[in-house]
Design a protein around this ligand. Structure first.
Ligand code: SF4
Length: 316
């Protein structure tokens, strides 16, 4: 059996030979984050892919994220994924046919899709959003239009709360957040009064915390930040203890950036098994084989791209 160290060496060799950019999501295994050129959230990774000149991009994350990267890259670039079966319980909550049925019942509505959706669903949507820009996106839409918001009910409820816009919300959720009951969040905040409470907004597993804060259910407001923002914050803050309410993979970059500080996962069980499907042997295999390739067919690609571009036009 090849040792992890030998695998990493071979991966680095292949990466150099084939000029491959390796991107990794914050929630993948630490050893995968450590071999990546860039670690970040889903949209940040897609932007890195779009800005790069590399002919091959290895996207270490779940499938819908690799699809988004493929949609944003040029035709002469190829996106590879270590395991195409790495899905997302939130993205799987709605399919394109189900969305078409929903739209048929609301023919004048605009559809806002969280980026945690398949390319097929994005293609049926008017505009995409992330949790960081969802309120801004919804506020930018004409006030006389009904809005269908999907697929995350907690993000939808939070957007309603902060914008005052009433929407039709798809009843979807990420299974990872279900391991974090609201009482647990409150009791942790009471138990660790001096700890700062951090939320990473870019995955459905933390949208519940955003909602609880917006309705005044938390003892104090959490610090909502991207990975880069969190890393900066924990380095610069005088605080020494942080409660982290999102998938536990994010603890790796935080511990690396501030090794002497204490990070308490809001729940040890907040583990996304889809993200953990990305392993070193699979990374090595995909680099050797140049497959599996992520490919979004036309016209889905162009339609999904239009929904993403409308989001970027509002937020840039
Ligand atoms: S943490 Fe939840 S929303 Fe994020 S990829 Fe996993 S299942 Fe999907």
């Amino acid at each position: 059996m090849t040792s992890p160290r030998a695998m990493v060496e071979r991966i680095k060799q292949l990466q150099k030979e084939k000029d491959i950019l390796i991107l990794a999501h914050n929630y993948v295994r630490p050893e995968i984050q450590d071999i990546a050129d860039y670690v970040g959230d889903s949209l940040g990774l897609s932007r890195q892919a779009a800005l790069s000149d590399h002919p091959l991009i290895l996207f270490c994350a779940v499938h819908f994220m690799a699809e988004t990267a493929e949609i944003l890259t040029r035709a002469d670039q190829t996106v590879l994924i270590p395991d195409r079966r790495a899905g997302c319980s939130l993205a799987d909550m709605i399919t394109a046919p189900a969305l078409r049925d929903w739209k048929a019942k609301h023919p004048d509505a605009l559809v806002v899709a969280y980026v945690n959706t398949s390319a097929d669903v994005k293609a049926e949507s008017d505009i995409c959003c992330t949790s960081a820009n969802a309120a801004q996106i919804v506020s930018s839409l004409p006030h006389d239009r009904e809005i269908l918001f999907l697929p995350d009910m907690f993000l939808g409820a939070w957007v309603e709360e902060v914008t005052g816009r009433k929407m039709e919300i798809w009843p979807g959720e990420c299974h990872v957040h279900a391991t974090l009951p609201p009482d647990r969040i409150k009791s942790l905040m009471v138990e660790h009064t001096k700890a700062e409470f951090l939320i990473h907004p870019e995955c459905g597993c933390s949208t519940q915390c955003l909602y609880l804060d917006s309705v005044g259910e938390l003892p104090s407001s959490p610090i909502v930040a991207s990975t880069g923002g969190m890393v900066r914050h924990v380095k610069e803050s005088d605080g020494t203890k942080f409660i982290v309410a999102t998938e536990t993979g994010i603890l790796h970059p935080l511990k690396k950036s501030a090794p002497h500080k204490v990070f308490i996962p809001a729940s040890e069980e907040m583990v996304c098994q889809f993200m953990k499907m990305v392993t070193l042997p699979k990374v090595l295999k995909v680099l050797e084989a140049g497959a599996p390739v992520v490919s979004v067919p036309e016209p889905t690609r162009s339609k999904a791209r239009a929904a993403i571009d409308r989001m970027l036009a509002v937020t840039v």
